[in-house]
Design a protein around this ligand. Structure first.
Ligand code: PEP
Length: 250
């Protein structure tokens, strides 16, 4: 059985006063049967971990470097995240792939670093609108999966987030059929590469304008084990109904 996971990506949002949102989420979801993960900006990781210690809420980073240490000004290593108390890291988000030119090989090296540091990697894949219009979605997602994930994947160290680029931060959500098609495809690819045991144990998240009013429907789609949420994870007011919908779907 895969435990459901609600993950929040705060992106470049949040200062210390926003830690109150972590407190509110902790209060609201103490009895939740799902796993919860919030990935605040790097400046807040340690303080968020201090708040969440001993709870079921995990704190994660939004990126790490593909090397363990060295002359990489402005970057953060997987070990540094783990040292600050993080338990997971988002890797290969489309904003990193697009704005920082991250290729699959880089994401794969970062994922290996994350695993070395004991972090769960949330590896993001997803097509652009042009890819979808050209009927290339499955080719693109298949290539990203093959290229971005090292061989040592397990259900504990890997989560895959399917995030159509055109649905991120736009208010446009993939249709339930589109989500189902890609999630079933990802599941098949993971089973083929890693064997059915591992392939069936990796959690698959949908991401792209998940909101309180569409979450329940999305969580009803086959092979959707939760969500990676951007904008609606910034406040407990928006994130809590999404968590509640996921909990109700278990
Ligand atoms: C994201 O950034 O991963 C994301 C899914 O953002 P949003 O929920 O705001 O579309």
């Amino acid at each position: 059985m895969r435990r459901k996971l609600a993950a929040g990506n705060w992106k470049m949002n949040g200062t210390r006063e926003d830690l109150a949102q972590i407190d509110a989420m902790l209060q609201a979801h103490g009895a939740c049967r799902c796993d919860l993960l919030i990935c605040p900006p790097a400046t807040l990781v340690q303080a968020a971990c201090d708040r969440a210690r001993g709870s079921t809420l995990m704190i994660g980073g939004q990126d790490c470097h593909d090397q363990p240490q060295g002359a990489h000004t402005g970057d953060i290593s997987a070990d540094m995240l783990a040292d600050a108390g993080a338990r997971a890291v988002i890797l290969g988000h489309s904003e990193r792939r697009q704005n920082h030119g991250e290729r699959n090989e880089t994401v794969r090296a970062k994922t290996a670093q994350a695993w070395q540091a004991g972090l769960m990697a949330v590896v993001c894949v997803g097509e652009t609108e042009a890819d979808r219009d050209a009927a290339n979605t499955l080719d693109i997602v298949g290539g990203q999966l093959a290229g971005s994930i090292p061989d040592a994947a397990t259900g504990a160290n890997l989560v895959v987030a399917y995030e159509p680029v055109w649905a991120i931060g736009t208010g446009r959500v993939a249709s339930l059929d589109q989500i189902g098609e890609v999630h079933d495809f990802i599941r098949g690819r993971l089973e083929r590469r890693f064997g059915t045991g591992v392939g069936r144990s990796v959690r698959l998240l949908y991401g792209g304008s998940v909101k309180p009013d569409n979450a329940a429907q999305i969580f009803g789609v086959s092979n959707v084990d939760g969500a990676l949420v951007g904008g609606a994870s910034l406040t407990a007011r928006d994130f809590s109904p999404i968590v509640a919908a996921l909990d109700a779907s278990t």
